[in-house]
Design a protein around this ligand. Structure first.
Ligand code: FAD
Length: 315
């Protein structure tokens, strides 16, 4: 079922989750165990992130440097297929502009539809440190809005090359939004105006970047509504679990951590998990009271803390 149908049919708030494929060469077991832990919560859907290629150098035995390029975390399509077919939970495959040509994207989208996966989150991605040379007969999407447009075209049966009698692909399209603005954007208002372009291109709902101060999310929703964005906006939440995340989360996701949260963690570093869980619980309750249609949790590689939290919220 499409995400938008889940949202339309829901009588209670929905709790969805986001998982990251294992690194290349790692076993699938860890992610399957996470899905097994999440399944009893009956999530309407689970997102699986996508990753573009990176380059690194390694020293050969003769001392020469060898350049290696690879996708560190492949497997988005396969994992979506397993979750959907083995666990009967709808999945949202993340699809990126950067690192992929439009032709590769079209093939991946056909593949997804053949597998029965009809939800995608259309993202630009970040500049990979490996710049793929694009063949002259290939094209790329620069911004997520262009990718939304490409997926929208496929929904009407318009493929990159005109084909007679082509069948439309079925997709519900989500996009990303940033309550604290995207890090490249000069300000939040301009960022929201580009978000509106993604909606105008055919995106049907928004999932937000993680945030720890609900006031920022409320302000963001207000700005979106003022800009004429009427689609559902689902807040993305992360539970802090370690002291090191005080540095890694702002650095990686370009977000701010509130003074109170940082103060509590620094004062009691041995109780970070407890503090993080309580903070996320308070945040979740307030967001539900505000009327959010659902909450989306960034699970990454450990489900326990999120499972405990959602069980409490569902009581
Ligand atoms: P866009 O919407 O294209 O915006 C990117 C920037 O360009 C913004 O600053 C915007 O204001 C600006 N902009 C947009 N259009 C224009 C225009 N026409 N002219 C000038 N400026 C413009 N990354 C991954 O690699 N894999 C994932 O699976 C993944 N999942 C994510 C899930 C969520 C919910 C979120 C919030 C982010 C995720 N990301 C993921 C990160 C995302 O790829 C990065 O934040 C990326 O830098 C921006 O992606 P976007 O789709 O928001 O880009």
């Amino acid at each position: 079922m499409h995400v938008i149908e889940h949202l339309e049919k829901a009588s209670d708030p929905l709790f969805s989750f986001e998982l990251v494929p294992p690194p290349r060469g790692a076993s699938l077991n860890a992610i399957i165990e996470i899905v097994e832990a999440l399944a009893p919560l009956q999530p309407p859907w689970i997102d699986v992130t996508s990753h573009s290629s990176t380059t690194y150098y390694r020293e050969r035995p003769d001392g020469a440097l060898e350049r290696k390029t690879f996708r560190k975390r492949p497997g988005t399509l396969g994992i979506c297929g397993i979750i959907q077919n083995r666990f009967r939970i709808d999945t949202v495959a993340h699809v990126l502009c950067l690192g992929f040509t439009r032709e590769e994207t079209e093939d991946a989208l056909i593949e997804l539809n053949f597998m029965g996966i009809h939800n995608v989150l259309a993202l630009r991605g970040d500049q990979p440190n490996f710049q793929k040379e694009v063949r002259r007969d290939r094209t790329v999407n620069q911004y997520a809005a262009e990718l939304v447009q490409q997926i929208g075209d496929l929904k009407t049966g318009k493929f990159l090359e005109d084909m007679e009698g082509s069948h439309p692909l079925s997709f519900c399209i989500g996009v990303a939004g940033y309550p604290e603005k995207h890090f490249e954007s000069p300000n939040l208002r301009l960022d929201v105006s580009y978000l509106k372009k993604k909606i105008d291109a055919g995106a049907q709902y928004i999932v937000s970047q993680m945030f720890f101060d609900n006031q920022k999310f409320f302000r963001f929703v207000e700005l979106c509504r003022e800009a004429g964005i009427t689609v559902p906006i689902i807040p993305g939440l992360k539970v802090i679990r370690s002291l090191s995340q005080l540095k890694t989360l702002p650095r990686t996701f370009h977000i701010d951590l509130p003074d109170d949260l940082v103060g509590e963690v620094i004062a009691s570093p041995d109780h970070v998990e407890e503090i993080g869980a309580k903070w996320a619980h308070r945040q979740s309750l307030e967001l539900l009271e505000y009327g959010c249609p659902g909450l989306h949790y960034y699970v990454l590689n450990d489900a326990k803390v999120v499972v405990d939290l959602v069980k409490k919220l569902k009581k």
